[in-house]
Design a protein around this ligand. Structure first.
Ligand SMILES: Cc1cc2nc3c(=O)[nH]c(=O)nc-3n(C[C@H](O)[C@H](O)[C@H](O)COP(=O)(O)O)c2cc1C
Length: 144
């Protein structure tokens, strides 16, 4: 199973993982309430902001948004089921309403047929840990 470990960047996201994320935009974003109640949703606008940050357009979040305000810890899974390739990212999320992250989120929705004018907020995820999800010997191993 493929694991894009080798090629390092300056941050947590290797060149190989950034390439993967450019191809696979659909992410499953898990948040948790203050009491620890989990909530997982798909986000089709996820992309790379820079070597340490992911971003998605926050258009419809209800529980996701509430949870991030209560508890910034998030976990994100992005997979290519056909290739049995996937990665899990853990970090902290912040809701922003301006700047390069919002601009990137607006670019990301262009590919999913959403009116860019509707994007008023973006969620920026500071990636602290990266895990391989591919089935096999590297499954669940921390790679960054
Ligand atoms: C394929 C797919 C892609 C989605 N992409 C986004 C997205 O990029 N941004 C967003 O805010 N909501 C997106 N949604 C909606 C969220 O998955 C979800 O409905 C929303 O966050 C409300 O759920 P919550 O209250 O649990 O947060 C998408 C839904 C689907 C089915």
């Amino acid at each position: 199973m493929p694991t894009r470990t080798g090629e390092q960047s300056m941050g947590k996201l290797s060149h190989g993982i950034k390439e993967f994320l450019a191809e696979e935009r659909l992410a499953y974003v898990a948040t948790s309430s203050r009491e620890g109640v989990p909530n997982v949703v798909p986000k089709g606008s996820l992309g790379v902001l820079d070597d340490d940050h992911l971003v998605f357009a926050d258009l419809y979040s209800q529980k996701t948004r509430r949870n991030i305000e209560e508890n910034p810890h998030v976990s994100v899974a992005v997979v290519n089921p056909a290739a049995y390739e996937g990665y899990q990212f853990k970090g902290t999320a912040q809701i922003v309403d301006s700047g390069p992250a919002l601009e990137r989120a607006i670019e990301n929705v262009a590919s999913i047929q959403v009116d860019p004018a509707k994007v008023k907020y973006a969620v920026v995820i500071t990636v602290e840990e990266v895990y391989d999800l591919a089935p096999g010997p590297t499954s669940g191993k921390r790679i960054a």
